[in-house]
Design a protein around this ligand. Structure first.
Ligand code: FAD
Length: 563
C-alpha cells in the first residue's frame, strides 16, 4: 500500500495506532519539517520501525519559509563559527549530490561597498577560508571582481557605492520540496508518516515516555500511539512540546522572524543572485532570481508572538525595500511591486545578551529524564547531520533496552526521491527528453521545467498520468494540472488545497498573480479526486483564500505608515 496516499491515510493511521499497542514502533518522531523528515529517513534506513506525526502538513513550519538556500553560511565565518562552516559546507555538497533536482548551483555576487561588512582584502581571504573549510572543488571556487567587472556582472548595482566584488557558489533549493522528497524516500523504505496528526500529550510507564496521545485533525479523532523512543523535532514548537513532558528550564529557544518579498523578474531583473549589505545595520540580505520572479530576504528580528501565525509586517517590507533600493537604485521599487511574501521563524538557542543576528545557528539536543529526546536549532542545510545525531541517541537508548541491533547512519549515500541523476547536468538532459516524449499531449516547456524542478525524475509519473487522461481531458493545461493534483494526493500526502498550492508546488509564493484563475480549478480537481462534499470544498477554498490574503496583509498597515 502506498503509504503517502491521502485516500488511505485514516485507515493507515488507525492501523498503526492499533499495531503499536502490541508492538511499539522503535522510534516516533514529532514534527514533519526538514529535521523530523530527515530523522525518519535516517532511522528507517538503519532498520528501526519508524512513525512520524506532523500537526499540520509536512514542511508547514519553518521548512517551507526559509530563504531556500543550501548554503555553507558565509556569515558564520564572520561569527568565527569555524566548526559550523565546515559542517554545513560538507552537508551542502551531500544535499546537492543526493537531490540534484532541488539543489541547483547558484553563483552569487557579493558586492564590496565602502564601509560595508566585507572589505576589499578581507573578502577574498574570507571566501578562501570558507571554501577550504567547505571542501569546495577547484572549478567551483570563487573569483574576485574589480568595480568595472562587478558592474558588468550586475549592471543594476549602485555604481556610487560598489568598489568591487566576488562571485562564489551556493545552492538554491525549495525547502518544502526537500521535505516532501525526504518524506517520500522514508516512506518508500517503510516509515509511516502522517500529516494532520497533532501530538497533544505523552504517555508514561515507570516515569519513562512510552507513547503519545494525538489528535487526527482530518478524522477528528483522538488516538494513542506507542514507541520505544521518541524524538521531538518540532522546530519553533520544540519548547511547547518539551513542556508537555517537563518544565522547560536551562537552555531554551529564542525565535527570530525572517520575512521575504517576491517581485516579478520584469520589475526586479537582476541577472544573478546577489548577497549584499543593508546600509542601516550590519546585516546582509539576498536577492535571488527564481523562475519568473526575484525574491528578497530576509529580516531577522526577535519574535515572541503567536508561533502558528507569523506575518510579514509593514516594517519588514520597509526595511527590505530600503535595502534593495540602496543597492539597486535604478529600480525604484515600491510596496506596490511586491507580489507575494512569506515569513518564517528561526528556532534558535537562547544566549544571554545576544541580539537576533548574533545568535548561533548551531543545533542542540535536550535529553529529558523521561527519555524524550528533543532537537532544535540548526539549518535546513544541516538537516541530515542533525538527524544522524538525534537518531544516534535514540539508537543508544534502544541498544541499552536490549534486543535488536541497528546499523549506523547511511543517509550520506541515499538518493532522495526523484534525484536519481548521475550528475547535475543530467537534469537538463532529462528535461529535453521529457519534452520530446510529451509531444502528443502538447507538454509545454514551462510545464517540463516546473515538473522536473519540482519532482525530479518522478515527473515521469505525472506525464504518464497526463497521457492516460488524454482522452478525457482535452485542454492541455487542465490535463496537466489534473495529473499533478492526482499525483500529489496519491503519492505526496497532499490533503488540502493549501498543501497543493503552497507546499507541494510553491505557487502561492512564486505565481500569486496567476493563482486567481488557477485555484478554483485546482479546488475542483482535488474535490473530485478526494470526494469532497460541496461544503468541504467551500471550506478548502476559504482556507486557501485566507492564506492568499494573509501574505499581503501588511498592505493596510503599510498604507498607514507611508500616508
Ligand atoms: P520546522 O520546519 O518548523 O518543523 C517543525 C514541525 O513540527 C512543524 O511543521 C510543526 O507543525 C510540527 N509540530 C509542532 N508541534 C507539533 C505537535 N505537537 N505535533 C506534531 N507536530 C508538531 N536554513 C538553511 O539552510 N538555508 C536557508 O536559506 C535558511 N533560511 C532561513 C530563513 C528564515 C527566515 C528562517 C526562519 C530560517 C532559515 N533557515 C535556513 C533555517 C531553516 O529553515 C530551519 O533551521 C529548518 O527549516 C528547521 O526545520 P525543523 O524541521 O527543525 O522545523
Amino acid at each position: 500500500m502506498n503509504s503517502l496516499d491521502t485516500r488511505t491515510r485514516s485507515k493507515r493511521l488507525q492501523d498503526a495506532a492499533e499495531l503499536s499497542k502490541e508492538s511499539p514502533f522503535d522510534l516516533l518522531v514529532i514534527g514533519g519539517g526538514a529535521t523530523g523528515a530527515g530523522i525518519a529517513l535516517d532511522s528507517i534506513s538503519r532498520g528501526m520501525s519508524t512513525v512520524l506525526l506532523e500537526k499540520v502538513d509536512f514542511a508547514w513550519g519553518t521548512s517551507s519559509r526559509s530563504t531556500k538556500l543550501i548554503h555553507g553560511g558565509l556569515r558564520y565565518l564572520k561569527q568565527l563559527d569555524v566548526g559550523l562552516v565546515r559542517e554545513v559546507g560538507r552537508e551542502r555538497a551531500i544535499v546537492h549530490r543526493n537531490a540534484p533536482h532541488i539543489a541547483h548551483p547558484e553563483e552569487l555576487l557579493l558586492p564590496i561597498v565602502e564601509n560595508g561588512s566585507l572589505g576589499k582584502y578581507s573578502t577574498p581571504v574570507g571566501l578562501w577560508v570558507y571554501e577550504k573549510l567547505a571542501g569546495v572543488k577547484k572549478d567551483e571556487r570563487f573569483y574576485s571582481l574589480d568595480k568595472r567587472e562587478a558592474l558588468v556582472q550586475e549592471p543594476l548595482l549602485n555604481e556610487r557605492v560598489v568598489r568591487g566584488g566576488a562571485i562564489y557558489r551556493e545552492y538554491r533549493t525549495d525547502d518544502a520540496r526537500l521535505v516532501t522528497c525526504l518524506a517520500k524516500t522514508a516512506s518508500k523504505q517503510g516509515a509511516s508518516l502522517f500529516n494532520y496528526t497533532k501530538v497533544t500529550s505523552f504517555i508514561y510507564e515507570a516515569e519513562q515516555v512510552v507513547g503519545v496521545r494525538l489528535r487526527d485533525e482530518i478524522g477528528k479523532k483522538e488516538l494513542e500511539l506507542f514507541a520505544r523512543t521518541i524524538i521531538n523535532a518540532a522546530g519553533p514548537w520544540c519548547d511547547e512540546v518539551r513542556s508537555m513532558d517537563t518544565k522547560v528550564s536551562g537552555k531554551r529557544l529564542q525565535l527570530t522572524k525572517g520575512s521575504h518579498l517576491v517581485f516579478s523578474q520584469k520589475r526586479f531583473p537582476i541577472k544573478r543572485a546577489v548577497y549584499f549589505d543593508v546600509r542601516s545595520d550590519e546585516r546582509m540580505v539576498f536577492a535571488i532570481p527564481r523562475g519568473g520572479c526575484t525574491y528578497l530576504g530576509t529580516t531577522d528580528t526577535l519574535y515572541q508572538r503567536d508561533i502558528d501565525n507569523p506575518r510579514t509586517s509593514a516594517s519588514d517590507v520597509d526595511y527590505l525595500l530600503a535595502a534593495a533600493n540602496h543597492m539597486f537604485p535604478g529600480l525604484k521599487l515600491t510596496a506596490a511591486d511586491v507580489e507575494s511574501t512569506w515569513v518564517g521563524l528561526r528556532p534558535l538557542i537562547h544566549e544571554d545578551g545576544k541580539g537576533p543576528t548574533e545568535l548561533s545557528r548551531k543545533d542542540e539536543i535536550f535529553n529529558s529524564k523521561s527519555g524524550l529526546i528533543s532537537i532544535a536549532g540548526g539549518k535546513l542545510t544541516g538537516y541530515r547531520i542533525m538527524a544522524e545525531r538525534a537518531v544516534d541517541q535514540a539508537m543508544a537508548t534502544l541498544t541499552a533496552m536490549g534486543g535488536s541491533k541497528f546499523k549506523d547512519s547511511r543517509t550520506e549515500e541515499i538518493t532522495l526521491d526523484g534525484g536519481d541523476f548521475a550528475h547535475y547536468s543530467e537534469v537538463s538532459t532529462y528535461k529535453e527528453r521529457l519534452l520530446g516524449e510529451g509531444d502528443q499531449i502538447s507538454l509545454s516547456v514551462d510545464w517540463v521545467h516546473h515538473l522536473v524542478d519540482t519532482y525530479g525524475k518522478s515527473a515521469q509519473d505525472i506525464v504518464e498520468r497526463a497521457y492516460e487522461l488524454h482522452p478525457v481531458e482535452q485542454d492541455p493545461e487542465r490535463r496537466m494540472l489534473r495529473a499533478e493534483v492526482e499525483y500529489s494526493v496519491e503519492c505526496e500526502a497532499c490533503a488540502s488545497l493549501c498543501d497543493f498550492l503552497i507546499r507541494r508546488t510553491g505557487r502561492l509564493y512564486f505565481q500569486r498573480p496567476a493563482l486567481a484563475k488557477l485555484y478554483p480549478l485546482a479546488a475542483d480537481l482535488m474535490a473530485t479526486h478526494l470526494g469532497w462534499t460541496d461544503e468541504q470544498k467551500r471550506i478548502q477554498i476559504l482556507d486557501f483564500e485566507s492564506e492568499y490574503e494573509a501574505v499581503m496583509s501588511w498592505q493596510e498597515e503599510y498604507a498607514g505608515i507611508s500616508a
